[in-house]
Design a protein around this ligand. Sequence first.
Ligand code: ZN
Ligand code: ZN
Length: 348
Amino acid sequence: MKAAVFKQAGVPLVIEEVVDPEPGPDDLILKVKACGICGTDLHWSQGIDSTAGWRDLVANSVMGHEFSGEVVEVGKNARARFQTGERVVAQPFIGCGSCAACRAGRSYRCSTVITRASANLTGAYAEYTRVGVAETLRLPEAVNFHAGALVEPLAVGLNAVKRAGLQAGDAVLIIGAGPVGLSVALWCRFFGARDVIVSDRVPERSQRAAEFGATGAIDASTEDVSERVRQLAGRAPAIIFDCVGIPGTLQLSVDQAPVDAHLVIVGLCMAADTFFPAKAIIKELHMTFAFVYSKEDFQFVVDMLASERIPAMALVTSTVSLENFPTKFEAMKNAGSDLKVMLEPELL
Ligand SMILES: [Zn+2]
Ligand SMILES: [Zn+2]
């Protein structure tokens, strides 16, 4: 099959023939219908500080973890559960399926978990991909393949909001209006925040936040964020979400937080960062780090998409074929107006 293959940091991906994935007994093979380009992959492919606790990307690996597809092959133990032709979405890792973590729907904590873009598992920037039956969910008729590929980033936002201790009526500030920040915004609105304020240094991005449930937007390149939040909400935010993940944003969140606020760090910063703990201590801030999601979160997102209760579809701003993928991937490294770009391997 064809795939977009990583060669080395700083070098564009290359479209190449790679070995077709084979299903293990508890696996399915999907024909990839859509796969979103994720900021994590953009950072990852540029090389990271190997002390960051995030493994290096190996040469000839294939990324892509936000996908949906059609089942084309079913492993022998999975035949009672799935059939070829079914439309599905899957969590992007494969656990053993039977340990406590796997049974809790958190197979990323499984001691034998296999993750994407590793020597053992090809990601979905490809024509086909292998998934574990335990990590796979059916897509209802009402959820198209683009929406299916949004389930992963929406589940990231959902998990962050669940960890934030949001109370109905709260004011929240979301720093960063990329796909993660906007996903957080729509769940804050969903769970009853009264003021959902999104700030970004790129004005076109923050302005679009209203489509995803934001009640106010701040252009952080020209406006004083703390002051504008007070103007818009009439008070300081109870929760601040850092959805940027570059060095410096942690300090920014601490600086903007009022006494006793909750900071939720979602943006995946892969470089060392510093901040002044004393500033956080004086304010007695609560700090939470949010990573991925459970299978239950995935199911909740699928259900809310199916019942059209979240305004998520506008996240998709363009589509790209496999052939044009490496060029688009490179272009995405400079923050532009695109939110989520969908690879459609079947596009010509
Ligand atoms: Zn992602
Ligand atoms: Zn397990």
